[in-house]
Design a protein around this ligand. Structure first.
Ligand SMILES: [Zn+2]
Length: 308
């Protein structure tokens, strides 16, 4: 078992996460993103305040300084309306400014990959998946970045062998069950604490990649069924989950892996809640009981132990 470790992964995608959604939902998400940049700044500031590093897995389209050509967009089967358009400062499709902010931090945030266009990998043929990865690596390189960690769009796994061929070292595994399924049933389970977040042991897969399973998607406690039940006594279910996950990790070792979208910060994940989590983790770290590491650093450790 690895020493007790906290890993945070953030899927940064802006409107690319909603390209397949019905127009009404996409419009609502677009409106929600209107105040995203100040929320993102507050999220990064909160991480810096507690000196907690993290992996930001980005949709690499965000790195473009202007839209691709129409022919290039045709290859990825979407976003024709962005052909040759300049990357405006507040665009929901571009985000060099966001990545630059992360790279300017003394915390050394890891920039990982969440594909180029956010198409789910289980729906792509090998050539299309390879194109997603090659474009991502090329764009990252032009930004001086080497991508090592991958998060599957919609947590839908596929073409893992291609990840290894493109130089990736690890990916987030098996997260899909967290985002599909009946919300009320999940809310009741959360309230009863039948399945609190647990530390996971990363494993080497058949391609030599490190598979990092998540412990908990942090969203969902601010609105809807989980938030309603959370108000009932006797305990705050979010904080109980955080405390239990951290306690189990310190006791048993392994990686407590929380994930969310930065876009959820201040909406679906309350800033007070994340602050609580970061404060608890930082205190355990300062007591020497918990390491805090990016996905890539956890993978490096495991691969070094395995002699790779
Ligand atoms: Zn995503």
């Amino acid at each position: 078992m690895l020493a007790p470790t906290l890993t945070l992964s953030f899927d940064l995608e802006l409107l690319h996460g909603w390209t397949d959604s019905p127009p009404g939902l996409r419009a609502r998400k677009r409106a929600e993103l209107a105040d995203f940049r100040p929320r993102f700044a507050r999220l990064v500031a909160a991480l810096e305040r507690h000196a907690v590093t993290a992996t930001f897995a980005i949709v690499t389209h965000l790195l473009l300084s202007r839209g691709l050509t129409a022919a290039e967009y045709a290859q990825v089967d979407r976003l024709q309306e962005l052909a040759d358009c300049p990357a405006d400062a507040d665009s929901p499709w571009f985000g060099r400014d966001l990545v630059e902010r992360l790279l300017a931090s003394r915390l050394g945030f890891e920039i990982g990959c969440h594909s180029f266009s956010h198409r789910p990998f289980d729906a792509l043929d090998a050539a299309a998946a390879a194109l997603e990865l090659a474009q991502s690596c090329r764009l990252a390189q032009s930004f001086g970045l080497h991508l090592r960690s991958f998060v599957f769009p919609q947590n839908r796994d596929g073409h893992r062998g291609l990840l290894a061929q493109h130089g990736f070292r690890c990916y987030r595994a098996d997260a899909r069950h967290e985002t599909v399924g009946p919300r009320w049933r999940k809310a009741v389970a959360t309230w009863l604490a039948t399945a609190p977040p647990r530390p996971r042991q990363p494993v080497l897969d058949e391609h030599g990649l490190v598979a990092l399973s998540p412990s908990l998607h942090l969203a969902g406690f601010a609105h809807g069924p989980k938030a309603l039940l959370r108000r009932l006594p006797p305990v705050d279910t979010f904080r109980r989950y955080v405390d239990r996950g951290l306690a189990a990790t310190v006791e048993e070792g392994g990686v407590l892996h929380f994930w969310m979208h930065p876009e959820e910060y201040g909406h679906d994940v309350l800033s007070d809640d994340l602050d609580y989590l970061l404060g608890r983790a930082a205190r355990l770290r300062d007591q020497g009981k918990l390491a805090i590491a990016s996905m890539g650093s956890v993978a490096d450790l495991l691969l070094a132990e395995a002699g790779r």
